[in-house]
Design a protein around this ligand. Structure first.
Ligand SMILES: NC(=O)c1ccc[n+]([C@@H]2O[C@H](COP(=O)([O-])OP(=O)(O)OC[C@H]3O[C@@H](n4cnc5c(N)ncnc54)[C@H](O)[C@@H]3O)[C@@H](O)[C@H]2O)c1
Length: 386
């Protein structure tokens, strides 16, 4: 279903058709039913990732448009409308009431995801919501059930699943190159100290761990606030998490919010039987599946002047998958329940950190899990002011 172009113009277009930027007529895409999307929240990630990804999809003939967007900040609203078009609404309720939309993408702050997702589902639209799906397990469950009641598609953003090296890693596991893996190792270096290490950054690795290895049945986490300078006073700036998967495999994630502020940097390794693979910082996949070699590697083979971050970051993939799911042509690669499982892992890590003990999954009482963690965070001074 998903085409693997590895983040650059397909070679046959670039070199055989001399369509260097891959913009030539694509009959297959052009013939698809047009999809009209709305966006709630046209801030940083909307402007830097989603609008460019939709523009790039349109450039390669995918009939999808941002027909409307809502954004309370006038300077954002006017700028985005001038650059990308689409009807700007200051109030999302007016947009949902007036605009003709097939689906809505929720890119508002985390604490508004629940309200915006629910309102969009109740207005009869399909929804793609940024991570974390909601701030609580109880709310996440509520909107997953609401989507079922409204017979609507609910997808959560796990954009890394759509990034070519991770897609290839998944294929290597499914095809048997790394058969029935035994060990997952994930490293995440968030760097920034102004967002939560676990909820804002490591949650991506929680999802990738489930995507590559299947469900987690137990975990143990230890962490420190070594430097104590986290501006929001989150209790942890460095943590190590051990995972036990339903398959019998084990895993570990180590994650840091205190190293370089340059950019998030991640690495994943999966170990099988006389075979293993690594994905280095979402751009290079190495597969070691033969004692005699050679190592198989997938990395960009075309100069980075022809590389499209919109695709490599996974944003074009997730938007096209959302549109194709709305048309009934594809299954969502990531669902609302995957978003629920990602924050369930987050909760389990927090419960393990606060209790110094092993936590089993699935969590039997989401309400008390939310409650216990909130009390622990508040007692630690969260959310502190800078
Ligand atoms: N997938 C990723 O890797 C990734 C990366 C960055 C951010 N995110 C997520 O994307 C979301 C947005 O993050 P951001 O960095 O763009 O934040 P941001 O603050 O830059 O943008 C959010 C926007 O929502 C607007 N907004 C606030 N209230 C609103 C309302 N009631 N209706 C409509 N719009 C409203 C704000 O004015 C702002 O422009 C967050 O949930 C964040 O966690 C995900």
């Amino acid at each position: 279903m998903l085409e693997d172009t590895y983040g650059h113009t397909p070679v046959h277009k670039a070199f055989q058709q001399l369509d260097v930027y891959g913009i030539g007529y694509d009959e297959r895409r052009a013939n698809r039913i047009p999809i009209r999307l709305g966006i709630i929240g046209a801030g940083g990630v909307a402007q830097s990732k989603y609008f460019p990804a939709v523009a790039r999809l349109r450039m390669i003939w995918e009939p999808v448009e941002i027909a409307a967007f809502s954004e309370p900040r006038e300077e954002h609203g006017r700028k985005v409308q001038a650059i990308y078009g689409g009807q700007w609404y200051a109030d999302y309720r007016t947009m949902l009431a007036e605009a003709k939309l097939d689906g809505v993408i929720i890119l508002s702050p985390d604490n508004l995801h629940f309200e915006h997702t629910l309102a969009s589902l109740e207005s009869g639209r399909h929804v793609l919501v940024e991570k974390p799906i909601t701030g609580s397990l109880v709310d996440a469950k509520h909107i997953c059930n609401a989507a079922d009641e409204h017979h609507a598609i609910l997808m959560t953003v796990a954009n890394k699943r759509y990034s070519p090296p991770y897609r290839r890693a998944k294929q290597a596991i499914e095809s048997g190159s790394i058969h029935d893996p035994a060990l997952f190792v994930g490293k995440f270096n968030l760097g920034y100290d102004y967002v939560d290490l676990l909820e804002s950054g490591t949650i991506h690795l929680f999802d990738i761990a489930r995507y590559l290895m299947g469900d987690v049945v137990a975990l143990t986490a230890i962490g420190v606030n070594k430097y104590g300078r986290n501006r929001r006073k989150y209790p942890i700036d460095n943590a190590v998490i051990t995972l036990e998967f339903a398959s019998g495999a084990v895993g570990t994630i180590y994650t840091s919010a205190s190293a370089l502020n340059l950019k998030p940097w991640e690495r994943v390794e999966v170990y099988g039987d006389h075979a293993w693979l690594s994905v280095e910082d979402q751009h290079e996949l190495l597969i070691y599946d033969s004692e005699e070699g050679p190592t198989k590697s997938w990395r960009t083979v075309i100069p980075n002047t022809l590389l499209f971050d919109e695709e490599f970051g996974g944003y074009m993939g997730i938007i096209e998958n959302f549109a194709q799911a709305i048309r009934g042509n594809d299954q969502p690669l990531v669902t609302g329940w995957d978003g629920y499982r990602a924050i369930e892992l987050l909760r389990a890590v927090q419960l393990s950190l606060m209790s110094n003990s092993r936590v089993t999954l699935p969590l039997s009482d989401p309400h008390s899990a939310d409650h216990e963690v909130k009390a622990w965070l508040e007692a630690s001074g969260w959310p502190g002011k800078s």
